[in-house]
Write a protein that binds this ligand. Structure first.
Ligand SMILES: NC(=O)c1ccc[n+]([C@@H]2O[C@H](COP(=O)([O-])OP(=O)(O)OC[C@H]3O[C@@H](n4cnc5c(N)ncnc54)[C@H](O)[C@@H]3O)[C@@H](O)[C@H]2O)c1
Length: 268
């Protein structure tokens, strides 16, 4: 059962209706699709975080059409001090979707300078850990919550084209699994969403001014998901309170069908 409110088959289901949420990387792609679906599922207040203000405005419009209140927040997640300050001010929510992410682009490791390495680590990992830490403290006080981290199937060891990207996503996967005990300790369930290939603007940032040659090969050999496919999986992770902490789901498209691969904190 992917969706539903109340108890289904004896399982506890988080009811998104009336809940507050933060979605990072909400200006497009997976973040926009998740924000809209949270609103369609009855979410009351969605805080949209991104560096892309035009994209944020469009997502806010779509979220409000779907029936939720939207707030837009321009926040550069590579600025860790600003990220910590923002989450201290706004991080008291029921649902946090840590979704923003970047790829290395060109040049790749090892021909990349230290500032660029620091940037991808800070956007993909350091800010996510800071956001989670602050949100968990607030969720503890409100009695619980759900945090979904967007990882990638590269964390399963299936993609080594972009060394720094794969390394940061493996770190997010391990962090998500290490957060498993928070469910029993303070009713905060942290889960991982592992998208396979998804048709979003990030693919156009792999090369110089467009798709890299390796991304063109990946696209030629794999079916791409739609952002909505991934958002559906995020909602499933949010709603299913019977899941253990640290659980994850990989979402891919195979022969036109969406394929789910479920895993647990102690399995990869
Ligand atoms: N598209 C795929 O094939 C794919 C596969 C696996 C995982 N992912 C992951 O999904 C997540 C969402 O990516 P997407 O595919 O929707 O691409 P996307 O480019 O549409 O979304 C990423 C968003 O993050 C925002 N962002 C980038 N740097 C930021 C910063 N410093 N501060 C705040 N926001 C910032 C971007 O502006 C963008 O809106 C990422 O974590 C990505 O790694 C994507």
């Amino acid at each position: 059962m992917l969706y539903g409110n109340g108890k289904i088959d004896g399982r506890e289901e988080m009811d998104i209706n009336g809940k507050s949420a933060i979605v990072t990387g909400a200006a497009g792609g997976i973040g926009r699709a998740t924000a809209v679906l949270l609103a369609q599922r009855g979410g009351a207040q969605i805080a949209l975080v991104d560096v892309n203000e035009a994209g944020l405005a469009e997502t806010a419009r779509l979220v409000e059409v779907a029936g939720a209140r939207a707030s837009m927040h321009r926040l550069d997640l590579s600025d860790i001090a600003a990220t910590e300050a923002w989450f201290r001010a706004h991080g008291d929510v029921d649902i946090l979707h840590n979704n923003a992410g970047v790829v290395s682009g060109l040049p790749q490791f090892p021909d990349v300078d230290a500032a660029r390495i620091r940037w991808i680590v800070d956007v993909n990992v350091t800010s996510l850990i800071a956001a989670t830490q602050i949100a968990v403290q607030a969720m503890k006080k409100r009695g619980g919550g759900v945090i979904i981290n967007t990882v990638s199937t590269v964390a399963l060891g299936t993609g080594f084209y972009d060394a720094m990207y794969a390394t940061t996503k493996a770190a997010v996967m391990m962090f998500t699994r290490c957060c498993a005990p928070l469910k029993d300790e303070c009713n905060v369930r942290v889960a991982g969403m592992l998208p396979g290939l998804v048709d979003t603007p990030i693919l156009d940032t792999t090369g110089a001014g467009g798709k890299s040659e390796w991304m063109k090969t990946v696209l030629a050999n794999n079916e791409a998901c739609k952002p909505e496919d991934i958002a559906g999986g995020v909602i499933a992770l949010v709603e299913d309170d019977s899941l253990a902490g640290g659980d994850w789901v990989a979402v891919r498209r195979l022969d036109g069908q969406i394929a789910y691969q479920w895993g647990h904190a102690d399995t990869v």
